[in-house]
Ligand binder design. Structure first.
Ligand SMILES: [Zn+2]
Length: 218
């Protein structure tokens, strides 16, 4: 991903948990209805959906959207598959620079960014790759960045009951870059802190300094 970076535009502390939105039920429309809807969109945009290049586009758009929102169909239990281990450590565990590809719920346009996730265990840990999988599960839904950040923090808090969790997401929103205010290079930073990260400024500071970008480190 080659994206220019400027200073984060906002720092938000999200404390409350958002509802865990899922679509477990069968969708009330068929895939064929969805394909027809994209065809209608193309017509509305003045295109000819029957020309060669667009012939299979409605089908492809539906497939792409289904993939980008496939996180609705996973549960944390399925994802973790029992990968929670007992471990007597209370040192901070940090996974930084987790690539994130999400879609904004207002425009269904990409949100591209990185997540940094830290927790301080209280007897339980999870495999590091599972942290990335949790981020991916929530990212592959229609999102707002604040909710995505809080959902990841709350998932880890709920699973491990650690001493604390901190999540920072830095992301660029294509709906801002390509339309609207058209601000390429603008990044939004959101954070969600739980437990000791919320209560203790020193612990929070340690986390923030660990995720600070070091140009010599890739
Ligand atoms: Zn948007």
């Amino acid at each position: 991903m080659t994206l220019s970076k400027s200073e984060p535009t906002t720092i938000k502390q999200t404390k409350s948990s958002f509802p865990n939105l899922t679509t477990e039920h069968q969708p009330p429309v068929s895939e064929e209805d969805m394909i027809q809807a994209v065809r209608t969109l193309l017509l509305g945009l003045g295109e000819n959906p029957d020309r060669e290049g667009l012939k299979d586009t409605p089908k492809r758009v539906v497939k792409a959207l289904q993939f980008l929102t496939s996180g609705y169909h996973y549960s944390l239990d399925e994802l973790l598959n029992g990968a929670v281990f007992h471990e007597d450590t209370d040192e901070m565990v940090l996974v930084r620079d987790i690539d994130l590809f999400s879609s904004c719920e207002h425009h269904i346009l990409p949100i591209l960014g990185r997540a940094h996730v830290a927790y301080i265990p209280d007897g339980k840990v999870i495999g590091l790759s599972k942290i990335a999988r949790i981020c991916e599960m929530y990212a592959r839904r229609l999102q707002v960045q604040e909710r995505l950040t809080a959902q990841i923090a709350d998932a880890i808090q709920g699973l491990l009951k650690p001493k604390g969790v901190a999540v920072v997401i830095e992301a660029t929103h294509m709906c801002m870059v390509m339309r609207g205010v058209q601000k390429p290079g603008s990044w939004t930073s959101t954070s969600a802190v739980r437990g000791v990260f919320a209560e203790d400024a020193k612990t929070r500071q340690e986390f923030m300094s660990l995720i600070r970008h070091d140009p010599t480190f890739h």
